[in-house]
Design a binder for this molecule. Sequence first.
Ligand SMILES: NC(=O)C1=CN([C@@H]2O[C@H](COP(=O)(O)OP(=O)(O)OC[C@H]3O[C@@H](n4cnc5c(N)ncnc54)[C@H](O)[C@@H]3O)[C@@H](O)[C@H]2O)C=CC1
Ligand SMILES: CC(=O)C(=O)O
Ligand SMILES: [Mg+2]
Length: 467
Amino acid sequence: MAYNSIILRLEMNHALVNFGDVASTISKAGGDITSIDVIRPGQETSVRDITVHVADHVEAQVVESLKQLEGIQLINVSDRTFLVHLGGKISVQPNLPIKNRDDLSRVYTPGVARVSTAIHENPEKAYSLTIKRNTVAVVTDGTAVLGLGDIGPHAAAPVMEGKAMLFKQLAGVDAFPICLDTKDTESIISTIKAISPIFGGINLEDISSPRCFEIETRLADELDIPIFHDDQHGTAIVVIAGLLNALKVVGKRMDQVRIVVNGIGAAGVSICKMLLAAGVKRLVPVDRDGAIVRGGTYPYPMWSWLAEQPQVEDQPGSLKEVIRDADVFIGVSRGNLLTAEDVMSMTPDRIVFAMANPNPEIDPEAALPIVRVFATGRSDYPNQINNVLVFPGIFRGALDCRARRINEPMKLAAARAIAAVVSGTELNEQYIIPSIFNEQVVTKVRHAVIEAAILTGVARRIPPDFR
Ligand SMILES: NC(=O)C1=CN([C@@H]2O[C@H](COP(=O)(O)OP(=O)(O)OC[C@H]3O[C@@H](n4cnc5c(N)ncnc54)[C@H](O)[C@@H]3O)[C@@H](O)[C@H]2O)C=CC1
Ligand SMILES: CC(=O)C(=O)O
Ligand SMILES: [Mg+2]
């Protein structure tokens, strides 16, 4: 169930109504008052802002029941989520003020010319003398935004701005949203190449499959900075981290469990690849038309690759059929596809990661009582398996060691590092994955990623704490 927080500004006529009436009306309509601010006190009338936590489906009911209450004038209803987006969520700030002509001639012409000449003579100096060393582009074409689909580059911007905020707050990385008005693979590749000089890394985001695979592979080959499609690899890394811990909770091993992955797009392909690399022996990838089976013929190279893997099962079937007797379900498809009955047909001690955003593959309220370990991509339930646990730390590490690319050992190291933040004594059904606010996450991921980059020869710099 989706919840929202609304602020109701209302004027009360004290002769006709008291605050107790208002509170009980809101509560009866299904709202939960979380705060009250008096905006204008008064003997006869007063104005208050009442913040109410409310499920989406009863929001209109709360508003309507207040409108019906005698003595109440509803002045305004604001949605707090929209309020935090007013004017956008990020801005660009200079690192120093320009106070006088002297400063001006240093930061801009003529002084800046000497710095530009130095970089022209030695391009490596771009890392020390410009924002390149700490700046990442978050690039989308708006075609697979969360689970909302192809909503276009303008509508994708709030998600990309949100990622930029998280990059900065969690890892000190300056990230800038780039929302491209093209879906053409060649045009996306050439645009990213053309803008790449100022960036130390590229985070591809919410670009739909299968174009995302070619875009990432070509850019990784043609540029010497890390290219990381977060929906593929960030998601796969956090799934492996969560699964390592969930398997410990239920006492099963990676090479024993039968795993169904639903939604073989950007996230699903990368999850399947990483599961195979982690030793999974029984894998059932499923998309809209049912299971992708060993020996099958498919329109996309990544599905054909899966059909060649010996660990992929050869029995066709719909999701509802193949989920029977699965130990683990991983959903990166779209919301509300599974019923409680489907989940009950899995083995005992079942693990369900229903990660579609914003609505998971099964309603958490239906799943929680019938699964041993349950996780979603959302922050309002325990076990938030979201790639936000990955991208800040992985880019922090890659930028700090100036990695040429982000390779498989770096990804595996990141997954293990995230899993290890939850200690053996803390681990339980409700706590298989650390919170994104756990300060150890970025530190440990960064450390593991740099170590792996140095060992695999992709680091171009050894950070001081590794010397
Ligand atoms: N929790 C997290 O950290 C993350 C969650 N996601 C979520 O995973 C979902 C997919 O994201 P992407 O892989 O980036 O998108 P995508 O568009 O690349 O892939 C989606 C895939 O799901 C398939 N699909 C759609 N309806 C289906 C159905 N009824 N049954 C089976 N498959 C179905 C599509 O055919 C497609 O192959 C989205 O809801 C997204 O929000 C994605 C990345 C991270
Ligand atoms: C979390 C994320 O990247 C997504 O849902 O697309
Ligand atoms: Mg995404």
